[in-house]
Design a protein around this ligand. Structure first.
Ligand code: SF4
Length: 441
C-alpha cells in the first residue's frame, strides 16, 4: 500500500516517523509525498502546546473529506493518541487505527487490521520498551543520524504533558546503542545525535554505562566525526558530563540547556528542581571547561503566578547569559498537568507582550553573537546545496550554527574549514579556507 505521514512536534517525533517508515518499508509498503496519493495516511501528533493540538484537529477535518472521497485509511500515532486513548476514536469516529508512542512498533499490524475494517488501538507499553529498539533505516549518503538512547521522563515539571504520554524513563542498553552507531558509521554516517527527553539521567540507577561513559565509547567509534545530544535537564547535568566538553574531541561544542524562567519563585512552581543560581553556576563550569561552547535554551513566559518582577528576572538572566539561541513560548495549559490548575493566570495579552519583549532582546543578542564570529574559523559538515543559492553549500558548524559558503557539490559529506565572513540573523556566511601549501624551500 502507499502511505503518507504528516508529523508534528519535536526531534523525538521526527525520529519516531523514521522508525515507522522503516517498519512500513520492511512490510512492503511504499512512501508517497502527499496525502492525496496515499492509501493510508498516518498523523504523528504532539500535545506539548495547544497550537499543535489545534492544527492536528483541523488537519483531521480535511483528511475526513479525503477519506470520504477516496476511502483512504487514517491512523493517528504519537502523543495525542496516547493522551486521548479510546476518547480519540469517539471524537474522530472515522479513524482506522491509533497507537501511542510506545506502540509504534505495531504500525504494520494496525494497517493490516484496518484493511479488514477492524479498528486497531494500542496505548500500552507492557514495560518492554519495544518501540525503543526499532532501528530506523539509513538511506545511502546519510551524513547525520539520530539515535534514541532513552525514552520517557520522571521529572513531572508542572506544565509538561510528556511524562503522561511518553511514560517513565527507560534507557536502552549501551551495547545495543553502540552496535547501532557502529553500523551507522559503517554506512557513512559522520554525525550522531543521542536523543532522549532527559539524556542526563540515562541509565540512572542501572548497572550499565553512565551517560558520560556512553559518550566516551561513542567517541571511540571509527568513522563517527561528531557527537551531539539533546535534551539536558539542568538539575541532572553532572560534573562528569561537563568534563566531557573539551576532552572528547568528537563532542561538538554546543549544549541545549532549557532554563524556562529566571525567577526562583516560578522555577519552584514549575517543579524544575534547580535555582537560577545553580543553573548559572553550571553554565560557568561549562564555559570554564570549554570557552567556545554555544548555549541554546528554552523559556516559558506568562506562567501562572509570574509577575512583572519575575519576568524582569527572566530578562536579566537572558541579558547576562547571552544565549546563542532561545526557543521561547507563552505558557499553554495542558490537561492533566498540575500547572493547568494553578491560580493567578497571566492574561493572554500580557503574556504576549512579555514574549515579544523577550524575543526582540534575544534576536539582537543572537545577531551580535553571530557578528562577533566574523573573522573566526569554523569546521562545517557540508550537508548539501543551500536553499538560497545553487552556488552555495550549507552545513552546520560544531556550535550547531548554520553556515552557508561557496563550494562545489563534491564537498558534500566533507568537514570543510571556513572563515566566517558575515554573521546574519539566523545563520553565518563563510568562505572556504584553502589548504595551506607546504613549502619545503
Ligand atoms: S524534564 Fe520536565 S519539561 Fe522535560 S520532558 Fe521531563 S517533565 Fe517535560
Amino acid at each position: 500500500m502507499k502511505y503518507y505521514i504528516e508529523n508534528f512536534g519535536c526531534q523525538m517525533n521526527d525520529h519516531d516517523v523514521e522508525k515507522v517508515s522503516t517498519l512500513l518499508h520492511v512490510a512492503g509498503h511504499e512512501k508517497v509525498g502527499e496525502a492525496a496519493a496515499a492509501d493510508v495516511v498516518i498523523v504523528n501528533t504532539c500535545c506539548v502546546r495547544e497550537k499543535a493540538e489545534q492544527k492536528f484537529y483541523s488537519l483531521m477535518g480535511r483528511l475526513k473529506t479525503l477519506k470520504r472521497r477516496k476511502g483512504t485509511l487514517l491512523g493517528v500515532t504519537g502523543c495525542i493518541a496516547q493522551l486521548e486513548k479510546e476518547n480519540l476514536g469517539e471524537r474522530l469516529p472515522f479513524i482506522d487505527f491509533s497507537l501511542g508512542p510506545s506502540s509504534i512498533h505495531r504500525v504494520a499490524e494496525a494497517i493490516e487490521s484496518a484493511t479488514r475494517s477492524q479498528r486497531f488501538l494500542d496505548f500500552s507499553d507492557n514495560g518492554c520498551g519495544a518501540s525503543l529498539h526499532v532501528r530506523p533505516q539509513t538511506a545511502a549518503g546519510t551524513l547525520k543520524a539520530h539515535v534514541t538512547i532513552m525514552k520517557g521522563c520522571d521529572n513531572y515539571c508542572s506544565y509538561c504533558i510528556v511524562p503522561f504520554v511518553r511514560g517513565r524513563e527507560k534507557s536502552r542498553q549501551s551495547s545495543d546503542i553502540l552496535e547501532e552507531i557502529r553500523g551507522l558509521a559503517h554506512r557513512g554516517v559522520k554525525e550522531v545525535t543521542l536523543l532522549g527527553q532527559n539524556v542526563n539521567s540515562y541509565n540512572k540507577g542501572q548497572k550499565d554505562l553512565s551517560f558520560p561513559e556512553l559518550l566516551s565509547k561513542v567517541n571511540d567509534i571509527n568513522g563517527i566525526e561528531r557527537i551531539r545530544f539533546v535534551t539536558s535537564h539542568p538539575k541532572d547535568l553532572s560534573r562528569e558530563l561537563i568534563d566531557c566538553f573539551g576532552s572528547l574531541e568528537k563532542l561538538c561544542e554546543h549544549i541545549h540547556l532549557p532554563f524556562q524562567s529566571g525567577s526562583n519563585k516560578v522555577l519552584g512552581l514549575m517543579n524544575r528542581g534547580y535555582t537560577v543560581e545553580e543553573y548559572s553556576r553550571k553554565l560557568d563550569l561549562l564555559k570554564n571547561r570549554c570557552n567556545k561552547i554555544a548555549v541554546t535554551s528554552d523559556c516559558i513566559v506568562g506562567f501562572p503566578g509570574e509577575d512583572e518582577k519575575d519576568f524582569e528576572a527572566t530578562m536579566a538572566l537572558v541579558k547576562s547569559v547571552r544565549f546563542d539561541g532561545l526557543f521561547s513560548f507563552c505558557f499553554s495549559p495542558r490537561k492533566s498537568t498540575r500547572a493547568a490548575d494553578l491560580p493567578d493566570s497571566v492574561p493572554r495579552e500580557e503574556a504576549m507582550r512579555r514574549l515579544q519583549e523577550l524575543q526582540s532582546v534575544q534576536k539582537a543578542i543572537t545577531r551580535e553573537k553571530n557578528r562577533a564570529l566574523e573573522g573566526r574559523e569554523a569546521e562545517v559538515l557540508a550537508e548539501g546545496t543551500s536553499k538560497n543559492s545553487t552556488e552555495e553549500l550549507t552545513g552546520r558548524a560544531r556550535s550547531n550554527k548554520v553556515v552557508n559558503f561557496k563550494g562545489a557539490r563534491n564537498l558534500v559529506g566533507e568537514l570543510v574549514e571556513v572563515e566566517i565572513i558575515k554573521g546574519c540573523a539566523n545563520s553565518l556566511k563563510g568562505a572556504r579556507l584553502m589548504q595551506k601549501e607546504v613549502c619545503d624551500a
